[in-house]
Design a protein around this ligand. Structure first.
Ligand SMILES: C[S@@+](CC[C@H](N)C(=O)[O-])C[C@H]1O[C@@H](n2cnc3c(N)ncnc32)[C@H](O)[C@@H]1O
Length: 320
């Protein structure tokens, strides 16, 4: 930590201060130390506010109500310790606090799984509003990680049976905790395995998937905050499509004829189009961008991959 930041923390703990003083110092320290964001917060201010409200045990969405509150020196010392840890270890706030917030819901977060921030929750709300997704009864979350997406889907569609799978056993143990905390573990089947292999013989009417899609080149330059997350949750090969490519070719056989898939690809729209030329998804608009989540219907996927791979001798066309 730079000398200037150390002095700022010393000043903060020297006397009783107000909450807005603590917030200002934290923002300033985070800015000058060049921390990375994007794991549930977008900037130094959001990172600092979350850490501060958590350390004071205050509601995370009520900062303005407490700006003038006087903080004791013990509270300031505790907060300064957290700031130091955030800067020196570059641990993301979600892992420091063991919690992450996604679209109004709180999840347990720790290095067993990616910090919840998927665009799929926002995309699912849009699809439901547009009538693209209507009362699914069997929802699969492929690459479920912490299960934050599955929990949102399960609460949005209370009649649905839920299914989740992941290649990481630690992630699945965290998923089970989050499903339990949100009271929906009883209607969820969690399975360990790669891709669609745990679901042989099953059919779903909605498949959600936020796969690892960070390109090799980008993996090399990841800031320490992102390296604190499981590498298996991020790494998507040379074009970010290494996992998606084989899975997409199979997905239609796991979907009902009127089923659909929502696939998050981040900033990979061009790589997606290069990997699947002519496959024309509905791009679901989310606040982060217009082409980051693809909506694909079963019939569309089936037709596309049948056309891509002509039938071998004797093989039957599978349409349902
Ligand atoms: C980008 S994270 C998404 C986690 C969660 N759905 C979310 O949105 O926060 C990708 C997840 O895919 C899992 N994963 C990686 N390779 C896999 C594979 N071959 N089969 C199944 N899951 C895999 C990782 O363990 C990780 O939990």
């Amino acid at each position: 930590m730079q000398a200037r930041a150390r002095l700022q923390l010393k000043w903060l703990c020297h006397a009783e201060r107000r909450l807005h003083d603590a917030l200002r110092v934290a923002c300033s320290v985070f800015e000058s130390e060049g921390l990375a964001y994007g794991q549930g917060t977008e900037c130094a201010f959001e990172d600092a506010a979350w850490l501060l409200l958590w350390s004071l045990d205050l509601p995370r969405d009520r900062l303005d109500d407490f700006r003038e509150s006087q903080l004791s020196r013990a509270e300031l010392r505790r907060f300064a310790g957290l700031l130091r840890k955030r800067v020196e270890s570059r641990t993301p706030v979600a892992y420091l606090t063991s919690e992450a917030w996604l679209q109004g819901l709180c999840f347990h977060a720790d290095p067993r799984a990616l910090i919840p921030r998927s665009l799929l929750v926002e995309a699912l709300a849009w699809c439901a509003e547009q009538g693209l997704v209507h009362a699914p009864t069997r929802i699969l979350d492929l690459c479920t990680g912490s299960a934050s997406v599955l929990v949102h889907a399960g609460l949005r569609f209370p009649q649905a049976s839920l299914f989740g799978s992941d290649l990481s056993e630690p992630a699945l143990s965290l998923a089970a905790e989050n499903l339990n905390a949100h009271g929906i573990a009883a209607r969820c089947d969690l399975r360990l395995g790669s891709g669609l292999s745990p679901w042989a013989g099953k059919r779903f009417d909605l498949l959600l998937c936020n796969p690892p899609y960070v390109k090799d080149a980008a993996m090399e330059g990841l800031p320490p905050e992102f390296l604190a997350e499981p590498r298996i949750a991020l790494s998507g090969g040379s074009d970010g499509m290494h996992l998606i490519r084989p899975w997409l070719a199979e997905v239609a056989h796991f979907l009902d004829p009127d089923g659909a898939m929502l696939l998050e690809i981040g900033r990979g729209a061009e790589d997606f189009e290069a990997a699947f030329p002519g496959l024309d998804p509905v791009w679901v608009p989310v606040a982060a961008g217009p082409r980051m989540v693809a909506f694909l219907q079963q019939s569309q996927l089936l037709a596309y991959f049948l056309a891509e791979q002509p039938l071998q001798g004797g093989e039957q066309l599978r349409t349902s």
